[in-house]
Design a protein around this ligand. Structure first.
Ligand SMILES: [Zn+2]
Length: 389
């Protein structure tokens, strides 16, 4: 059974289509075109979203929780609540992101997340419409002590292929992203091994100088984690890791555009440096997202949330940012169009982690994951695998 959706415009997101027709069948996109070139076929159900904008569902590759749930602690039956909450903010797929915790606890959490990923990989019509966990992002334990942020020092582990293998096995191969500090001894071996397994290796929580960051790219790193945060600061004569992240076109990079983690002017500099094809928006959101101020858990870390700021022992500890707000912030902090901001939250993210054939894009063959938004980027509706309208 085919369904066609119309609206005023659609972001693929590389192209903008006026008077679009988005045809879906069996949870996938079967056609995208403009009504000015072809009429809607008579034998399909038509859903008209009027003057709204259609865009791919957001893909958040760095999120720790939301709606009161922490991805390392939530049970399998609780996770759909997070998934449903995320759809309110336009997200259709996410990477459950760990923090440095005792290895046994991490492995238990990874097994549970693997269950969640496998459980939602094929869904039935009875399942709730929810953003799905598409993979696991290991943020740690291979981080720099100097730039660990709030990751507990006792849980940081010297990088070895053996420890990586143990985490990989516990996650049953669902690790799709690894944040690692390249300057830590033997980190390059783990970078090479993870890259070989098609993991998106992301440099971050790092005090690396520029040549080390460059060597990491040669070893297989392709991305950078929350640029500027938990990194050796940029100095114009000693550019360090940030100099490499901003100047190397082989790297995509992400940023937390909540206006708290990075000053809006620096977000603008970042967007100019990485450009509309390589800038990625993440939330780094924690369980407190969508909840009132108070005390929350981030893995093993206690976090205080006040006025939208998450701290632990005086350091920033994740965010309560949502993807739709990050997108709108980009249009406020810079001269980027809504389409380019959407691209940073969809296709660029999916590309960075190797999922762009089916996620973050509205093209034939992709999953029918999309948001219906108004022209200011407010999400009105989110459709996951063709369901939820
Ligand atoms: Zn994080």
């Amino acid at each position: 059974m085919k369904t066609a959706f119309t609206a005023t415009r659609l972001y693929t997101p590389i192209d903008e289509i006026q008077n679009p027709v988005l045809v879906i069948e069996d949870g996938h996109v079967s056609d995208v075109y403009s009504r000015t070139t072809k009429e809607v076929p008579p034998n399909v159900a038509l859903v008209d979203f009027g003057d709204a904008v259609l865009a791919p569902g957001f893909v958040d590759i760095h999120i720790h929780g939301g709606a009161g749930l922490d991805v390392m602690r939530a049970s399998l039956s609780e996770l759909p609540r997070l998934g449903k909450f995320l759809t309110i903010h336009g997200v259709t797929g996410y990477f459950a992101t760990t923090v440095a915790a005792p290895l046994d606890a991490t492995c238990t959490a990874l097994g549970r997340l693997a269950d969640a990923i496998e459980g939602t990989a094929s869904s039935t019509d009875d399942d709730p419409v929810q953003a799905r966990p598409l993979g696991i992002h290991l943020e740690g334990p291979f981080l720099s002590h100097k730039r660990r942020g709030v990751h507990p020092p006792e849980n940081l582990v010297a990088p070895t292929v053996e420890v990586f293998e143990r985490l990989w096995q516990a996650a049953r191969g669902h690790v799709k992203m690894l944040t690692i500090a390249p300057e830590v001894p033997d980190a390059m071996d783990v970078i090479a091994e993870a890259a070989k397994r098609k993991v998106c290796v992301s440099i971050g929580h790092s005090d690396a100088e520029m040549p080390v960051a460059r060597a990491a790219v040669r070893a297989g790193a392709r991305h950078a984690t929350h640029t500027f945060n938990a990194m050796r600061p940029l100095d114009h004569r000693e550019p360090g890791i940030i100099g490499e992240v901003l100047s190397n076109d082989q790297l995509s990079a992400d940023i937390i555009a909540d206006g708290i983690h990075v000053d809006p002017a620096v977000v603008k500099v970042f967007l100019r440096a990485k450009g509309p094809g390589r800038a990625v928006l993440i939330t780094d959101a924690i369980s407190a997202t969508g909840m009132p101020d108070g005390r929350y858990q981030l893995g093993p870390i206690e976090v205080d949330v006040k006025d939208g700021k998450c701290t632990s022992g005086g350091s920033l500890a994740g965010s309560v940012l949502t993807m739709d707000r990050a997108v709108r912030n980009v249009t406020k902090f810079s001269d980027w169009s809504l389409r380019d901001a959407v691209r940073a939250a969809t296709l660029n993210a999916a590309k960075a982690v190797g999922l762009a054939d089916r996620h973050g894009v509205l093209a034939r063959g992709a999953e029918a994951n999309f948001t219906v938004m108004n022209s200011s980027g407010e999400v009105l509706k989110t459709i996951v695998r063709g369901r939820g309208f």
